[in-house]
Design a protein around this ligand. Structure first.
Ligand SMILES: [Zn+2]
Length: 316
């Protein structure tokens, strides 16, 4: 289960570096500084899928992201875990980011001052791993956040995960259906998590109907043939770390072929850090490497501006 404590324990077990650097440099798994890509002036990047609540220092992560051109972050809340954690701390994380960005002693290497913290939107949904914990009280909390907190802009991540099968498949499917119905009822977007379950996911989406506000397939890591039926349904697609992985030519091909007005960038941090920071704790700033890869794949000018605008249009 992907909780705050499990993320912390994976760090403690030595999978990822524990050391915290109060600057805006990016480092690989061995703490070696990695040069960040330089984009055209004014380019803004979005991280459309972050788990800020799983990061050790969300405020510092937001400051670093801003320094590297990340202007918009969507953070995920799971109502079966502790939804109030992000809801009640987000403001202080952003305030801390603003303070760090203003303090050149703490953050000595500034790319383009003056900077403000990235805008952060939230989505809420029961992850398929946690489907067994879904009940009416959880649903009530989800709906309360969705309808009562302006920062919560969509439902997600929801779907099916047959790789881990942390909840029984029929339970995952039932909870997925229930949350698609909520998206219809509350005119909400849906962010999909599908792992080794794209066929069932597609079938259930079709049976329940595509939410009118839109569907985003998050962390796409398959080939174009797997993506095409989702594009036909009008879905958008977000690419994360796998777009940069050595063995993922088929993912790059999918990103090169998909219509530009459907593409977004994301991290899924603290997981899935892209090359060349793979193996380190991923954070929103890491999305710049995925964005560089996307920009290289798409020869169109303004491809990254379009990806950013797609994210804004979808979530805001
Ligand atoms: Zn996620």
């Amino acid at each position: 289960m992907r909780t705050v404590s499990s993320a912390a324990s994976s760090v403690a077990s030595g999978e990822a570096p524990e050391q915290v650097f109060y600057d805006t440099l990016l480092r690989d798994a061995k703490h070696k500084v990695v040069e960040a890509p330089v984009f055209a002036p004014g380019t803004r990047i979005a991280d459309t899928h972050a788990h800020l609540d799983m990061l050790h220092h969300p405020g510092l992560a937001l400051a670093r992201a801003s320094a590297l051109g990340v202007a918009f972050v969507v953070s995920v809340i799971d109502p079966t875990e502790d939804p109030s954690f992000t809801l009640s701390n987000l403001e202080s994380w952003q305030r801390e980011a603003e303070e760090l960005l203003a303090d050149k002693g703490t953050v000595p290497i500034m790319a383009r001052p003056p900077l403000s913290a990235p805008e952060v939107a939230l989505i809420i949904g029961c992850h398929p791993h946690n489907a067994s914990a879904y009940n009416q009280a959880v649903e009530d909390q989800l709906v309360l956040a969705l309808t009562g907190d302006a920062r919560v802009v969509g439902i997600g991540e929801i779907g099916l995960d047959y790789h881990y099968d942390n909840s029984p498949r029929e339970v995952q499917q039932a909870v997925f259906r229930r949350q698609i119905r909520l998206a219809h009822e509350h005119q909400s977007t849906v962010t999909l998590h599908l792992r080794e379950a794209h066929e069932d996911g597609l079938r259930i989406l079709k049976e329940e109907g595509i939410p009118k506000k839109g569907v985003l397939l998050h962390c796409f890591n398959l080939n174009y043939a797997a993506l095409e039926p989702f594009l036909e349904l009008g879905a958008l697609v977000a690419f994360g770390g796998p777009l940069t992985f050595k063995k993922c030519d088929d993912v790059r091909e999918a990103a090169a072929k998909a219509p530009l007005d459907r593409l977004m960038t994301e991290t899924d941090c603290p997981f899935m850090a892209p090359v060349p920071v793979r193996g380190s704790v991923c954070e929103p700033a890491s999305v710049v490497f995925t964005a560089r890869q996307l920009g290289d794949l798409r020869q169109e000018p303004h491809a990254l501006d379009q990806a950013f605008n797609n994210a804004r249009r979808f979530f805001c």
